[in-house]
Ligand binder design. Structure first.
Ligand code: UDP
Length: 318
């Protein structure tokens, strides 16, 4: 198979690329490095199954030759990433998704849209099932990401209905692992970097907000099962092991032992950073279990150990 991965130099995209190449497929990565990085794909450069095109898919998206699948992962995805790049985030979710869908239509390729648990906003239903329509503040600071992804889902469904493109929609919940950007401001890189440096771990507010964290290899497995399935309706992929942010800080500190001496502190970030911060989040993964035969396998302890080891090596290098 030959697969285009937009955003393939990002955290998740680079793991998807690596896995597909490992399975013997040809991968074309397109990325503009707005939040992704050349370092994430450095180990794939030179591989005869790997091609890289530096491009902003909001402006242009074309590939020569046949394609069996298009995976549309291009977008800033961390709150800091999209708060810093609000218009680029909206453009890649709208123009970028349109351009990527057009490629899939012309090449008669299947198409996977990377969507997000953010389509549920600050959810009033818990845990979140795919049938829940969400609670999004359409003019809030997070709306540039939430509404772009909601639009991208709508456009994807329109291509399925209008052109019969074999579309798939994955709603990705919090995911972590090696190659997360050290400075992307999300809770995992923040806490892990703080634990590695023996700095205080900064829990925002009272730390009572909940999340559930999925290790990246589990996520990639679910994503590829969905890509090759026949399911055109959205499917949640994430780990249902819900915990408070404070409990997560304790788990990071424990995984950093014996070296980690960090204390956990309560910290008030800029108001914008936590405005509309979802208070509870946990995926209902019944559909993924039933349709894809998927569920996460990597425990939080094991995933955190691997992530800490990665951050230690990157931080040693400079
Ligand atoms: N958070 C925190 N300390 C940090 C970074 C984030 O307490 O240093 C909190 C944040 O307010 C939110 C949760 O951790 O409640 C997850 O935030 P993240 O930025 O990882 O992404 P989100 O899940 O909101 O998309």
């Amino acid at each position: 198979m030959r697969i285009l991965i937009t955003g393939g130099a990002g955290f998740i995209g680079s793991h998807v690329s690596e896995r597909l190449i490992g399975e013997g497929h040809d991968v074309v990565v397109m990325d503009n490095f707005i939040t992704g990085s050349p370092a994430n794909i450095a180990h794939l450069q030179g591989n005869s199954h790997f091609t890289f095109i530096k491009a902003d898919i909001s402006e242009w998206c074309e590939v020569e030759g046949t394609l069996d699948a298009v995976m549309n992962l291009a977008s800033p995805a961390s709150p800091v990433g999209y708060l810093d790049n609000p218009i680029a985030t909206m453009k890649v979710g709208s123009h970028g998704t349109y351009n990527a869908l057009e490629v899939a239509r012309k090449k008669r390729a299947r198409f996977l849209q990377a969507s997000t648990s953010e389509v549920y906003g600050d959810p009033l239903e818990h845990p979140q099932t795919e049938t829940y329509w969400g609670n999004v503040n359409c003019i809030g600071v997070r709306s540039v990401y939430d509404e772009a992804k909601r639009y991208a889902e709508a456009l994807t469904m329109a291509y399925w209905r209008t052109h019969g493109v074999r579309t798939r929609i994955i709603r990705i919940f919090n995911t972590y692992g090696p190659r997360m950007a050290l400075n992307d401001g999300r809770v995992v890189p923040n806490f892990v970097a703080q634990a590695v440096r023996n700095e205080p771990i900064t829990v925002y507010g009272d730390g009572a907000a909940t999340r559930a964290f999925c290790y990246v290899t589990d996520l990639v497995d679910g994503m590829l099962r969905l890509l090759w399935s026949d399911e055109h309706m959205p499917v949640n992929v994430g780990n249902p092991n819900e915990m408070t942010v404070f409990e997560f800080a304790q788990a990071v500190r424990a995984a950093g032992q014996p070296e980690c001496k960090s204390e956990i502190i309560f910290f008030q970030p800029k108001a914008e950073r936590v405005s509309d911060d979802p208070q509870r989040r946990k995926p209902d993964i019944t559909r993924a279990r039933n349709i894809l035969g998927w569920e996460p396998k990597v425990s939080l302890e094991e995933g955190l150990r691997k992530t800490i080891a990665y951050f230690r090596s990157v931080m040693r290098e400079g």
